[in-house]
Design a binder for this molecule. Structure first.
Ligand code: ATP
Length: 263
C-alpha cells in the first residue's frame, strides 16, 4: 500500500505543471541516508501538509528544498517554477520566492516587534546598495499589511520580541517571512508548544495568508490541526512517502493515521 502511494507521488511529481516538485530525492547527513527516493509536489495556491512521526524526515525535506546544507541531496531533482533548484544556495532559492520559517522561530529577542519587521526592509535596502540579487530585492508585504494579518503584533509593536509569548513569537517569525516576496511559504511545525487557543489564532492567520494566494507547505506533528487547513497531505516514514492524497482521504484512512501518525 505504501509502495503504491510512493509510486503515485513520483508519477504526479514528474508529470504536470506544479509550482514545486520534488522528484526521487535521496538526501544524506554524512553517511546517514535520510530521504529515500522521496517525491512530492505542491500546486500553486494550495495548502499542502507533510506529516510523519519524529525523525521521519520532514525538516530534512524542507531544508533540502530551501537549499540549506546539510543535508546533502545526492540523487533526484527539485524544481520550482520550472527551474531546477536542486543545487542552488539558500539565497538563490529565497530570491525565487521560497521562504522557510524554521522550527526554532528566529526572531531578534532584544529588538521590538516593529524593529524585527523593519530589519527586513534594512536588509532589502542594503542588498540594493551592494547590488546583489538576494531575496530582499523583492519586496513582499508592507509592515501595515503584515499587521492586518497579525493584529496581535500591531498591539505589541513596541514590545521586545524576547518577551512575547510562544504563539506571538511564531506570528512574528511568519510575519518576517512575509516581508519577502513569497510564492511558497514553508512552515516547520508552527503549532509546536502552543496552547490550543493560540494554535487557533496562528491557524487563522495561516488561513488568511493562504486565502490571499500564498501557497503553503506545512510540516506538522499535530496532524489534526494540519488537516484542518490543508487541501492535500503527504505522510512520510523513514524518509519515504507512505501516503499521498486529499486531507479528506487521510481523515478516512484510519490505518495510515494510526500506524504513522498515532491519531
Ligand atoms: P521532528 O518532527 O522530530 O522534527 P522530522 O521528521 O522533521 O522530525 P528530521 O529532522 O528531518 O525529522 O530528521 C530525520 C533524521 O535525520 C533523524 O533521524 C535525525 O536524527 C537525522 N538528522 C537530522 N538532522 C541531522 C544532522 N544535522 N546530522 C545528522 N543527522 C541528522
Amino acid at each position: 500500500m505504501a509502495a503504491t502511494h510512493a509510486a503515485a507521488a513520483t508519477e504526479a511529481a514528474v508529470e504536470g505543471d506544479h509550482l514545486l516538485s520534488v522528484e526521487g530525492v535521496d538526501a544524506y547527513y554524512g553517511q546517514s541516508h535520510i530521504l529515500r527516493d522521496l517525491s512530492l509536489h505542491v500546486e500553486e495556491g494550495e495548502v499542502c501538509t507533510l506529516l510523519g512521526r519524529n525523525g521521519a524526515g520532514k525538516t530534512t525535506t524542507l531544508r533540502s528544498i530551501a537549499g540549506a546544507r546539510p543535508p546533502e541531496v545526492r540523487e533526484g531533482t527539485i524544481r520550482f517554477k520550472d527551474e531546477d533548484i536542486t543545487d542552488r544556495s539558500t539565497e538563490d532559492v529565497s530570491s525565487l520566492g521560497i521562504s522557510l520559517v524554521p522550527e526554532e522561530r528566529r526572531v531578534f529577542p532584544n529588538l521590538t516587534v516593529e524593529e524585527n519587521l523593519h530589519l527586513s526592509d534594512v536588509a532589502r535596502n542594503w542588498s540594493n546598495v551592494v547590488g546583489r540579487d538576494v531575496s530582499m530585492d523583492h519586496p513582499g508585504m508592507s509592515t501595515e499589511e503584515v499587521y492586518e494579518v497579525f493584529p496581535r503584533l500591531k498591539e505589541r509593536a513596541s514590545q521586545k520580541a524576547g518577551t512575547l509569548s510562544g504563539g506571538e513569537q511564531q506570528m512574528l517569525a511568519i510575519a518576517r517571512a512575509l516581508k519577502q516576496d513569497t510564492d511558497l511559504l514553508m512552515l516547520d511545525e508552527p503549532y509546536e508548544g502552543l496552547a490550543p487557543q493560540i494554535i487557533r489564532t496562528v491557524e487563522d492567520a495561516i488561513q488568511r495568508i493562504a486565502d490571499a494566494g500564498t501557497t503553503i507547505l506545512l510540516v506538522e506533528q499535530n496532524a489534526v490541526a494540519a488537516m484542518n487547513i490543508a487541501d492535500r497531505a503527504y505522510v512520510i516514514d523513514q524518509g519515504s512517502v507512505v501516503f499521498a492524497g486529499d486531507s479528506e482521504e487521510l481523515r478516512a484512512d484510519e490505518s495510515t493515521r494510526e500506524r504513522y501518525l498515532g491519531v
